[in-house]
Design a protein around this ligand. Sequence first.
Ligand code: NDP
Length: 333
Amino acid sequence: MPVAAKEIRLAERPRGWPTDETFAFAEVELPAPGPGEVLVRNTFMSVDPYMRGRMNDVKSYTPPYELGKALEGGAIGEVVESGVDGVSPGELVLHGLGWRSHTLTKQFTRLTPIEGVSPSHFLGALGMPALTAYVGLLDIAALKPGETVFVSGAAGAVGSLAGQIAKLKGAGRVIGSAGSADKVAHLTGKLGFDAAFNYRDGNVTELLTAAAPDGIDVYFDNVGGDHLEAAIWAMNDYGRVAACGSISGYNEEKRPPGPRNMFQVVTKRLTVRGFIILDHGDRFRAMIDEVGAWLAGGELVAEETFVDGLENAPAAFLGMLRGENTGKMVVRL
Ligand code: NDP
């Protein structure tokens, strides 16, 4: 049976911060699924920083969103009607066509619900952000037990998991930075970080040096800019940077200057290594086994911030970019 679906489209490419004019709401009629397709009613959708990059018309590791077309992103939903043998209505699936109430798709992953665990975690602590934290820390930065780790954006989806995984993997000291006093208290309280600071309280290099008097060995960089410069100052010899993101610059029309102390990469023999998680799908199974066990055993806290309603997805996206989330920002449909 045809379904009236709602979707959110890219109305114009933002310069600087996205605004209400960036998004347009539309209704479309979806036909019954053809062979190999499923019709899905979305129940949770993800808003992620990379989506801001895809709004720009520039060449990157994923193509830009098309003007006038529906946005895309990770989503969880229930199969309403199936054109795939063996897939039944009611099944839970993960796919890449969020920003809409329903979708028709051939590309989806069947999910096995976990008792007591919200399916929304497949967008966070059991999904792409968790894999990013896991691979960035363990493979890219090659964390060793006893080392001191600094994580920026530490109260967000990736950062909160990176810090906790560091502790679980035997880091000696884990330091986090975030943008409010409440988030700092959350890091050192519920999430078990050894130290944390609010980067809005002053010069990041001074704040980090005070929190890490013996220097740092690993920096998990979600923020770039002043945080990366501070981390390079604080690095011990042979330190490693997992260059994951640079959110301090995503909405700036004029990109902030890069770190002024790059020569320390030479003198301290540092490794700065960027990565894109799409290249690391082979580590998904290992991540799910390990992180899933920590989650089930209560050793890892997976915080989520929910915003309700597809109509509020743009506000959720902007709120995430501004720091309104603790843990993973998820839109509940
Ligand atoms: P988060 O859940 O961390 O949300 C974004 C957070 O960024 C906000 O909550 C806000 O927290 C912080 N922030 C916003 N502006 C600034 C700023 N100017 N300076 C410092 N912090 C800021 O998002 P994710 O966990 O999904 O993503 C974190 C990072 O990881 C991003 O840079 C993202 O691009 C990157 N990433 C990279 C991947 C890869 O494959 N390399 C994959 C997934 C994510 P606060 O209140 O603390 O300011």
